[in-house]
Design a protein around this ligand. Sequence first.
Ligand code: ZN
Length: 138
Amino acid sequence: MKVRIGIEGFAIDSAHYTLSSPGNAQLHGHTYVISVEIEGQVDPSSGFVMDFEILRKTVSEVVKEWDHKLIVPAKDIDKIRVEAPFQMEIKKINAPFATAEYIGTEIAKEVYQRLGNKYKVNIKIYEGKDSYAEIDYP
Ligand SMILES: [Zn+2]
């Protein structure tokens, strides 16, 4: 019997641009709210698919890497030059665009790998209040 368990309400604040959309070529930011779900078998010795605290810790570590960063597609990394009196940390995304679709996919992939490639991962990532991408990985 397969069971899905999940945790809602992870959040990151990140900056991005999406040159694929003329209105979004301007650098801007979002609060991304993320929920995660994994699917697996219930372990008869514990009654859990996975202890929620292990899932929470894993996802927190993964999403933290995207928080307060400028998310830049790998192809653009060498084109970014900023001289400013503030800090700016770049998070490279191995995808053509830093869209919610690809950010969510990268997060899902990282969670999947950190959990030993054993559980199907579902990520729902909200970009703002009412727009989201939902990813099943793999
Ligand atoms: Zn945006």
